[in-house]
Design a protein around this ligand. Structure first.
Ligand code: SAH
Ligand code: SF4
Length: 393
């Protein structure tokens, strides 16, 4: 059943749901209930080796070691801890690729939100985003996505048994809805009651507006929350800062948002990166108030996180306040997210490792050579502001 000639042909245990593990094990002559047991070890306890599964008989553990692989991340290469209580993790996978994730406490440090990556790099090519500038390397698998959470959760639990690991936001590297199947599977794994048992209402998927992916996510009926990166309020300007808008027009995106099936009482979050002199005028705020009218939503303003490689600047605080005021006056729920974890470049993380990988692919353009060598060390940022920490129940 299992092709032993190639290690990658072995099933990744951490990608399988309990019933799938059961059928794998039954096929190899073991009892069906072992599937649930192995799932619990992998997802509720987040074991890092098969030998940690102490109540699993040696014979089964040997079979697992021979015929399967754990999946997920193979190494946690780095954890950088910020004074504000955030941690930025650098995970590595079996093929050597790396992604970052950030675990952030709420201001009172009562509970934590994990910002996970869903792709190594991103092909969407938004002009204000370092991940996009760096290009696309590959999709992440469901086990790789879920394991960022499982690994960090285990660390947090060992460090502080009282800490509450509550929210997950798909807002790290990558466009989740260009990898929807793996993202949906990762949600099923993370919300399974025998595993990490996250509530879907504590999970938010953020998208640049991939219409087929939105339809797929809606059809999967995961009940998770949705965030849409709006970032510009006219078709013309959005095409400039997010060229994907040519393929998926703004009016169709707003229509898809209005029709997206959410749990009763939940609202879509619109994220809006404020770029000085580009999309931060009072007129932009007024247009936003108009085009979002009728969509149950809240708005997160994100003052641009600058980087020498990106051609934008962060607006002055007064301009951010004025922009927010227009939306508040129009009776929107609106908050401004100033970044966390600045002292460890976690606010808008450290993509240096990805830059060193080189050769990412972008829609319509090759990654410039200058980018591959422009940075080293820990000086690059990517966005990691939390979202779900203020979700209503
Ligand atoms: N690809 C998805 C999720 C990851 S990006 C998406 O685009 O929604 C997460 C958020 O970071 C998006 O809202 C994006 O607009 C924002 N972002 C990207 N670069 C940024 C920067 N330099 N400063 C502030 N926010 C940024
Ligand atoms: Fe990709 Fe999101 Fe960055 Fe756009 S903002 S390039 S979709 S990660």
């Amino acid at each position: 059943m299992v092709d032993k000639t190639s290690p990658t042909a072995q099933p990744a245990l951490r990608s399988l749901l309990p019933e799938e593990l059961s059928s794998l094990l039954v096929g190899a002559g073991f009892e069906a209930y072992r599937g649930k047991q192995v799932f619990q070890w992998l997802h509720a306890k987040s074991v890092r080796s098969i030998d940690e599964m102490v109540n699993v008989p040696k014979k089964l553990r040997d079979w697992l070691s021979e015929n399967t692989r754990l999946g997920g991340a193979t190494a946690l290469l780095d954890e950088r801890r910020s004074d504000d209580g955030s941690s930025k993790f650098l995970f590595q996978f079996a093929d050597g690729r790396k992604v970052e994730s950030v675990l952030m406490p709420d201001p009172k440090r009562a509970f934590f939100t994990m910002c996970v990556s869903s792709q190594v790099g991103c092909a969407v090519d938004c002009k204000f985003c370092l991940t996009g500038r760096n290009g696309f390397f590959r999709n992440m698998t469901a086990d790789e996505i879920a394991d960022q959470v499982l690994w960090a959760r285990r660390i947090l639990r060992e460090r502080d048994p009282d800490a509450i690991f509550r929210n997950i936001v798909y807002m790290g590297m990558g466009e989740p809805l260009l990898n929807t199947a793996a993202v949906v599977r990762s949600i099923r794994l993370l919300t399974h009651s025998e595993g990490a048992d996250f509530s879907p209402r504590r999970i938010t998927v953020s998208t640049s507006g991939i219409l087929p992916g939105l339809a797929e996510l809606a059809a999967a009926e995961t009940n998770v929350g949705l965030a849409i990166s709006l970032n510009a309020v006219t078709q013309e300007l959005r095409e400039q800062v997010m060229p994907i808008t040519r393929k998926y027009p703004l009016d169709e995106l707003l229509e898809a948002a209005a029709n997206f099936p959410l749990r009763p009482g939940r609202r879509i979050t619109f994220e809006y990166v404020l770029l000085a002199g580009v999309n931060d005028s009072i007129e932009d705020a007024r247009i936003m108030a108009r085009i979002l009218r009728g969509i149950p939503c809240k708005i997160n303003l994100i003052p641009f996180n600058a980087n020498p490689l990106l051609p934008y600047a962060r607006p002055e605080r007064e301009q951010v306040d004025r922009f927010q005021e227009v939306l508040s006056a129009a009776r929107y729920t609106v908050s401004t997210r100033w970044s966390k974890a600045q002292d460890v470049s976690g606010a808008c993380g450290n993509l240096a490792t990805e830059f060193r990988q080189g050769g990412g692919v972008r829609a319509g353009a090759a990654a410039p050579a200058a980018v591959a060598s422009a940075s080293e060390g820990h000086d690059l940022d990517f966005f990691t502001a939390g979202l779900a920490d203020d979700e209503e129940d």
